[in-house]
Ligand binder design. Structure first.
Ligand SMILES: O=c1ccn([C@@H]2O[C@H](COP(=O)(O)O)[C@@H](O)[C@H]2O)c(=O)[nH]1
Length: 237
């Protein structure tokens, strides 16, 4: 089934998040909560969003030693979120520990949150990969390798740019999720995103989900901006 774009609620506090969601008139669109909002509101706001029927992607990008990640995931699993994530650069043991923690922390009769691995941030380009991160492989090969590690560790998918989605699909299979931020319409500001595509390009390249933030949150008419993106995303189906 076609999933609606995930709205990145990148705002500083709960009041601003609720004000933004008012534009959607009760529609329970999927939302992503990142560090900015979570570090202000904590768990209670997440629980109130899930109680209102919003599927929540909790985007905290855990990256630590395996034991710490496992214990953190036990706590996050109790929040009723649909997706969480780690950095693939934390390695296979850390990713396995994340899944173990989620399994241990998921309440009975609930589904375990899907666990994704961030491959390379969509703000990273080939030059930064080589010169700053000292990774000698191409972006495509690096993302495919990290995705394969994540699949072997039992994760459900990756966060990558849609430019790598088809290679990840080929490498890890169609059931392995390709969740892609860095989505922009041709007329939108790129901001700090460098590996970007439009929603319909993302669909054509094999993204299973798209994440959209500032093009909606900074718009004068957020619901209309979201609808434009959703229509473009659905236009190939
Ligand atoms: O590689 C990544 C991983 C996560 N993100 C997050 O997605 C949104 C994108 O917001 P825009 O305003 O549409 O750029 C944001 O919350 C990032 O933290 C990402 O962009 N790239």
């Amino acid at each position: 089934m076609m999933k609606d774009p995930i709205l990145a609620l990148d705002v500083p506090n709960e009041a601003k998040a609720l004000k933004l969601l008012e534009h959607f008139k009760g529609e329970s669109i999927p939302v992503k909560i990142g560090m900015e909002l979570f570090y202000r509101t904590g768990a209670s706001f997440i629980e109130s969003l899930t109680a209102r029927g919003h599927p929540v992607f909790l985007d905290l990008k855990l990256h630590d030693i395996p034991t710490t990640v496992e214990r953190a995931m036990i706590n996050l699993a109790s929040l009723g979120v649909s997706m969480v994530n780690v950095h693939a650069a934390g390695g296979a043991d850390m990713m396995r520990a994340a899944v173990r923690g989620l399994e241990a922390g998921t309440p009975e009769k609930s589904s375990r949150p899907l666990c994704l691995a961030v491959t390379q941030l969509t703000s990273t380009d080939e030059s930064m990969l080589k010169k700053e991160l000292l990774i000698k492989n191409t972006m495509q090969d690096t993302v495919a390798h990290y995705a394969a590690n994540a699949a072997q560790a039992g994760l459900d998918g990756v966060v990558c740019s849609s430019l790598e989605a088809s290679l990840v699909q080929k490498t890890c299979g169609s059931a392995f999720l390709r969740v892609t931020p860095g989505i922009r319409q041709a007329s939108d500001e790129a901001n700090d995103q460098v590996r970007s595509t439009t929603p319909s390009e993302a669909r054509a390249y094999g993204s299973t989900h798209i994440v959209i933030g500032r093009s909606v949150t900074k718009s004068e008419a957020p619901a209309a901006a979201y609808d434009t993106i959703r229509n473009d995303w659905r236009s190939l189906s």
